[in-house]
Design a protein around this ligand. Structure first.
Ligand code: 2BA
Length: 107
């Protein structure tokens, strides 16, 4: 068995959960915050059989779009002179980790 941990954009999370449930996966959604942008995202936990991992990732890939976010940044020119400029960052579609599950029980 594997555990898939997928960090997805908040705007995609409803669609991706709906599609995962439709495809027969069990999903837990956690509200999370990205450390770099400090913006809300959603982390999905999916436990599934080894042979279904690729199907699960295909659903996630289909539902999650890449987006460009603009974040304020600063450049320093020395002598205390600094200027602010917008920095473009590409976020997503999804960041996916697949890990082995040693033991799975429902008690
Ligand atoms: P954030 O940490 O808010 O990162 C948002 C986006 O900012 C990232 O998109 C990436 O394009 C950029 N970014 C992140 N850290 C950076 C850095 N040190 N320098 C320059 N740019 C940086 P994604 O890579 O698509 O990641 C989206 C979200 O997925 C991240 O939100 C974070 O919550 C999570 N994530 C991504 N990689 C991770 C990892 N290796 N471990 C844990 N969480 C991860």
């Amino acid at each position: 068995m594997k555990m898939i941990t997928a960090i997805v954009n908040k705007e995609d999370s409803r669609a991706v959960c709906t599609e995962l449930i439709k495809a027969g996966f069990s999903v837990t959604r956690l509200s999370t915050t990205g450390g770099f942008l400090m913006a809300g995202n959603m982390t999905l936990i999916i436990g599934t059989d080894d042979e279904k991992v690729d199907d699960c990732i295909a659903v996630i890939a289909r539902c999650c779009k890449q987006r460009t976010e603009v974040v304020p940044s600063t450049a320093s020119y020395g002598l205390g002179v600094a200027t602010a400029y917008p920095l473009e960052v590409t976020v997503g579609g999804a960041t996916v980790f697949v890990t082995n599950v040693e033991r799975f029980e429902k008690l």
